[in-house]
Structure formats: C-alpha cells, structure tokens
Design a protein around this ligand. Structure first.
Ligand code: HEM
Length: 528
C-alpha cells in the first residue's frame, strides 16, 4: 500500500459513526467505509448497527467474509490507518508457508511430528514446491477456472523447467540430466515419497478441472510410450512432452465401453503392405484431448486389443465435452477417420494392449489417491476455520456437539486415508513395476474406493457445516460449494469429488477388483 497510514485510538474511531462519516475497525486496521457502504454487496444497513459503526467489527466481518476480501485492491484502499498500540493478528497466507491449523498438513510433514517415511529432503522438497505452486500455479488456476481456458502454456513451461512434468512420471531414467526444483534434489534421490508430496502439493489450489488440465493426460498417456515405445519414438516424444512443448492424452474409453476395455470398438487395420495402421472410431471423456498433440489409443486389431500412438493430423477431430467440472481440463470427444499411422507407433506387442493399459492403472490410481486425500484435508482445514470464526446462537459453531461429531468423523477419515496411502507408497518404493502390478493392484483398488467414498462423505458433511454457504459459488464456502450447473468456473469440492469416483476405475468396480484379488490369493488350506 503506497499511502501513509495514520494511527488512531479506539475513542477517535468511535466518533466516526454517522452515515456521512463512517469508520470501522477490522483486526486493528481502520477502514473508512463512508462511500463504500453504498456499494457494499452485503447492503448499507449492516453498517448502521450500533456495534458496527465506529466500532470493532472484526468478529462480525470474519463471520461473513473470507480474509481474501480485504486483500482485493479496491478494498485495501479503504484502509486509512491502524490502531494505536495494537497489532493485527490475522495475516494472509505467505507463499510457501505450511498451515498451522491442526490436521491441515499430513502428520508426518507437520513440524513437531515424526515420520518413518519423510526425511529432511522430503520436507525441503515440500517447502520449495509449495512456494512454486502458491506463486505460479494457484493464480493461473484461479484465472483459468474463471475463463475456462486451458492452463497457460507459460505455466506449463515453468513446470517443465522445474522438472515437475518429468517428476509427475515418478522416479526413473526419464529424470536423468534434469534439474529438479532448481537443483534442490538430485534425479537419483527422487523417490516415491517426493512424488507423493508432488501429487499432493499440486492439488492444493483445489481447482479440480484445472488440475487435470495441467498435463495430467501425460501422467496416464506417456507411461505406455516410456515402457513400450520403440527407442526413437520414445526418446522424441518423452522429451517433447516433459519439456512442455507437446501434449499427450490416453485415449481408451468410448461411448460404447468404459471400465470394459475389452469391449472397445475403435479399429486399426493394417495396409496391404503391412507398413501402416488405418484407424477408425471414436473416443470419449479424453482428458486434455482438446489440446493434445499425441494420443495413446486403444484399438481393436486382428490380433486383439493393441495400443497405438497417434499424432494429431487430418482425420483426427477433437471437440470439447461439457462435463460438470471446468473446460480447463480439455475433456474431449475424439473421432478418428481413416487415420494413417506407421506400424512403428505400436506400443507393446500386437494384441498385447490389455497388459499395456492395465500395467499403468496402478500408478494412475495411486496419483488420484494422493490428490483425493489432499483434497479432503483442505476441506477439513476450511471447516475448522469456519467453525472457529462463525458464531451461531451466540456461541462459536464449534460449541455445538453435532458439529464436533462431524469434524471428528471427517478428521478420522482424512488421517486414515493418508496413513493407508503412505503405507501403500512405502510398498511401491520397494517394488519394481511388475511386482507392483501383481501385489498392489488389489490394495490400490480398495484404497481408491475408500478414498472416493470418504471424499463424498466429507463433502456432504462440509455442506452441512457450511449450510447455505456450502452451496454458494462465492464467499465463505466457495471451496465447498456444489454447483448443479456446468458453467465455468467449476472448481468446487462437493461437485467434483464424483470425478475421482469414476476416473481411473469406477468406485464399485475397484472395490470388487480388490476383493477378487484377495479371493484369488486365498491359500487352498485356509478353512475355518
Ligand atoms: C471493509 C469492510 C468490508 C468490506 C470490504 C466488505 C466487502 C464485502 C463483499 C465483497 C461482500 C460479498 C461477498 C464476498 O465476496 O464475500 C460482502 C458481503 C457481505 N457483507 Fe461485507 N464488507 C465489509 C464489512 C462488513 C461488515 C462490517 C459487515 C457487518 C456485519 C458486513 C456484512 C456483510 C454481509 C451480511 C454480506 C453478505 C454475506 C453473504 O451473502 O453471505 N460487511 N461484503
């Protein structure tokens, strides 16, 4: 703020309590609202109350507004001074800072607590990453959710420069030679717990559609290229995508088949000389599809399901699908009409597509679990702040046993999911890709089912705690809100939790998968 602030006593402020000369105090700061009152979205009358005009309105203010309101330039200008001998206690979030609200951070990453998993390297990594997300990603997330455009290419480029796009793929050779977060960690040191932090910090802007828009197509579309692509193809595409120059999507699901990958109808037929595939068909709900340059496509071939890499070209059309989250995710309907692709673009063996697709599911589901668990924690933080600052029946909301019971349930779910997630992550850390596919598919499926159920429970409870604000797009409950329309910005938790319950495997299907895996592993001699 450029103008000089004066110092006033409470007595001096109290004299300015008339409609044509009206001041208030909020958190030891003095605001002149004489002109503003006529424009105030909450109306003029609120300022005429005896306990507001010329008085300390801190409690009333925080019962009705988020702190961020006072940070808007047009409202910052209303501040004319500060109170003599008093200090503001409410301060804005400082980029990179961890929250001090109980349960707002995973226990193992909270200052006074210990962890069998996280070391100083993980904590440093989290600090640097959080600052980057706060400063670079969050402002873009808010702006793009507002205008519905894809995440800014300049932000994706910065993510690439920091090695974030590469780290999204997990530990491995693709990190070699890259500078990660300005060199805070060496590529060979990056492990699954750094990756867990990466996934969770990236979720913190709480803009679900934007999050998926941020190259999440690559998280699922690139691994088949990394693991099954021919070297020239693999090296070219991996570099382009991880440098933020090109975008890739996984194109499996169709209007005809979702969880049932064997029921896909898109076909790939070889040309008579055997050198090309001709691809025809459609794909639906393809994340990042509207702006992707490459598509990892599941096709029916004479030898069975085969995965083929398709470059955007004539015959490939993508159009946006209006889903209940925002268009920033670039969710597309894709048509392939006589698209000619060299056979060298085949990923894995012909007819081996089911394995290529399934081998990637674990990582995709794990990444979604990381995000889901973090979202819940954010909502718990929002609720704890709200019940602490909001008064009802003359008392803070948290003095109602029914509210505390809800919070207990929410916190328990949040902690249970994070701890289970960390335990599964520890297993991943010690298993190769094949072992993970064999031994973790069941636990991962059950974990994801549990997390998406908990998310929905937490969303429902959060709306109950926030009341009308939990279903209002702006204001106190904006992160909780469940909007029934699909217009952008569509960022909010209550409505978007259902995405996690569908993407990467539907909740019920995953629960069933987990139990089927357990039954398969039952020893023959296990009898009651
Ligand atoms: C500098 C002081 C103030 C500013 C800049 C301000 C600004 C705003 C803004 C921008 C809104 C729209 C909702 C939102 O974005 O959160 C709002 C709503 C409101 N304000 Fe204020 N306000 C101030 C002080 C007060 C005070 C002292 C009261 C009195 C008790 C008050 C009562 C309300 C009410 C009742 C609403 C409607 C809330 C709702 O719809 O849930 N405001 N205010």
């Amino acid at each position: 703020m450029s103008k000089e602030l004066k110092t006033f006593t409470r007595e001096e402020v109290a004299k300015h309590n008339k409609p044509d000369d009206l001041w208030i105090i909020v958190d030891a700061k003095v605001y002149d609202v004489t002109k503003f009152k006529d424009l105030h979205p909450g109306g003029i009358s609120v300022f005429h109350e005896d306990d507001i005009a010329g008085q300390d309105a801190t409690e009333a203010f925080y019962g009705l507004h988020r702190h961020e309101v006072l940070l808007r330039p047009q409202y910052q200008r209303l501040q004319i001074g500060v109170l003599q001998g008093e200090k503001s206690v409410i301060y804005s979030h400082i980029a990179g800072e961890l929250s001090k609200v109980p349960y707002a951070e995973p226990l193992g990453l909270t200052k006074e607590y210990h962890s069998p998993y996280y070391t100083e390297s993980h904590r440093n990594f989290q600090r640097v990453l959080r600052k980057f997300v706060d400063e670079v990603v969050t402002p873009d997330a808010l702006a793009r959710e507002e205008d519905g455009k894809r995440p800014s290419v300049s932000v994706i480029k910065q993510m690439a420069e920091q090695g974030i796009l590469a780290m999204n793929m997990g530990p491995g050779k693709h990190l070699k030679g890259r500078t990660l977060l300005g060199g805070i960690i060496k590529p060979e040191e990056f492990d699954r717990f750094h990756e867990l932090i990466l996934m969770q910090e990236g979720t913190r802007p709480a803009m679900r559609g934007y999050r998926d828009g941020q190259n999440s197509g690559a998280t699922i579309g690139l691994p088949p290229v990394i693991h099954f692509g021919r070297p020239e193809l693999r090296d070219r595409i991996v570099q382009e995508v991880l440098n933020g120059e090109k975008f890739i999507s996984l194109a499996i699901s169709e209007a005809f088949a979702g969880s049932d990958v064997a029921g896909l109808r898109t076909t790939a037929k070889k040309t008579p000389d055997g050198r090309h595939w001709i691809i025809n068909g459609t794909k639906k709900w393809i994340t990042n599809g509207t702006f992707s340059d490459y598509f990892t496509v599941g096709c029916k071939t004479d030898k069975g399901l085969t995965v083929i890499l398709v470059e955007r070209q004539d015959g490939v059309e993508t159009k946006a699908i209006k889903t209940s989250y925002s268009s920033t995710a670039g969710t597309a309907y894709i048509t392939f009409e006589n698209v000619k692709v060299p056979v060298e673009n085949t990923l894995g063996p012909e007819g081996g597509g089911v394995f290529v697709i399934l081998s990637n599911f674990n990582h995709e589901r794990w990444a979604m679990c990381c995000g889901g668990a973090r979202n819940m924690r954010l909502i718990v933080e929002e609720c704890l702040k709200w019940v602490n600052q909001r008064k009802a029946f003359g008392k803070p909301l948290h003095s109602q046993p029914v509210i505390r019971a809800k919070l207990a349930d929410m916190i328990a779910k949040c902690e249970a999911t994070q701890h289970w997630l960390e335990s599964v992550t520890f297993q991943m850390q010690h298993m190769d890709y094949k072992q993970q596919a064999q031994l973790l598919a069941g636990p991962m499926a059950l974990l994801k089912m549990f997390i998406t159920r908990c998310q929905q429970d937490i969303a429902r409870d959060a709306v109950q705690i926030f009341g009308g604000r939990g279903i209002t797009r702006t204001g106190m409950g904006r992160l909780i809100e469940h909007r029934l329309t699909s217009r952008p910005p569509a960022t909010q938790f209550h409505r978007t939790v259902t995405f996690d319950a569908i993407l990467g495997g539907a909740e019920d299907v995953l629960g069933d998968l987990g139990v089927r895996q357990a039954i398969k592993a039952m020893p023959k001699n296990a009898k009651l």
